[in-house]
Design a protein around this ligand. Structure first.
Ligand code: NAP
Length: 256
């Protein structure tokens, strides 16, 4: 029997087969979870639908996380179709490309607001809707973050500041939802080539740097991140909440 037999989950953030969310979805499905998927815009539906179909998903819903009505509609449909929810995967981030090119000092008010709305606030908005469906269940909410939240990574800029807000949100949400038995954690993943990471100037440099300096002398894969996501989604991590777990080939431990 799989680790997630009888569990129901929803995955936010599959853009294509390279998405970290897709690697996580495959891993959770393999362990028996029934999954719902969302896509941000109609253009993305064409790419998400065949992937979701391949895992037998019944719910494939539109959700731009900056739109409260779309978030509400998603959870209404999850309630009527699933009845309850055990797992929520938040693998969403966005910042204007021009804010990831030069320095943090140049960040516009609108760019700051947008990056924080999509990449940080959305976790709270989704968790608030998910919590009633997780009542009495072994609920697990997880999100994806990056080392640029805590140390300066050139050109990660406003996304680093948004990820810092996201990591703090994980701790506050874990405290709010812990008494209901719902756990909230983050995975801090090393750099992986995806659609989102392609928008960061100098991303290849980040990959080379990790390969040269990380204790394991290589980069991580989305499948390795998915392994930790399975741990966090399942009862294997039943005593763990409010944590940021690194899956980065050990890069974060290095001082010099
Ligand atoms: P990805 O495949 O491009 O996924 C990012 C997802 O965010 C896409 O599905 C994107 O949808 C979605 N998104 C953006 N704006 C949205 C909105 N307003 N509403 C709903 N969804 C929206 O890239 P990824 O690398 O797998 O990213 C997943 C998560 O991992 C992100 O939080 C990222 O910061 C984090 N992470 C990535 C790395 C890395 O190196 N790749 C490392 C550490 C952490 P659209 O494409 O339709 O906009």
């Amino acid at each position: 029997m799989g680790l997630l037999e009888g569990r129901k989950g929803i995955i936010f953030g599959v853009a294509n087969e390279k998405s970290i969310a897709w690697a996580i979805a495959q891993k959770l499905h393999k362990e028996g979870a029934e999954l719902a998927f969302t896509f941000a815009g109609e253009a993305l539906e064409k790419r998400v639908r065949p992937l979701a179909d391949s895992l037998g998903a019944k719910l494939i819903l539109q959700c731009d996380v900056t739109k409260d009505d779309q978030i509400q509609s998603v959870f209404e449909q999850v309630q009527s179709s699933f009845g309850y929810l055990d797992i929520l995967v938040h693998a969403i981030a966005f910042a204007n490309k021009e804010d990831l090119k030069t320095d943090f000092l140049s960040t516009s008010r609108d760019g700051f607001r947008l990056a924080h709305d999509v990449s940080a606030y959305s976790l709270t908005a989704l968790a608030r809707q998910a919590a009633p469906l997780m009542q009495g269940r072994p609920g697990s909410i997880l999100t994806l973050t990056y080392y640029g939240a805590e140390k300066v990574v050139p050109r990660y800029n406003v996304m680093g500041v948004a990820k810092a807000a996201l990591e703090a949100s994980v701790r506050y949400l874990a405290a709010d939802l812990g008494p209901k038995g719902i756990r909230v954690n983050a995975i801090s993943a090393g750099p992986i080539r995806t659609l989102a990471s392609a928008g960061i100037s100098g991303f290849m440099e980040m990959l080379h740097y990790v390969e040269a300096k990380a204790p394991l002398r290589r980069n991580v894969t989305a499948e390795e991140v998915a392994g930790t996501a399975l741990y966090l989604a399942s009862d294997l991590s039943s005593g763990v909440t409010g944590e940021v777990i690194y899956v980065d080939a050990g890069y974060n431990i290095m001082g010099m």
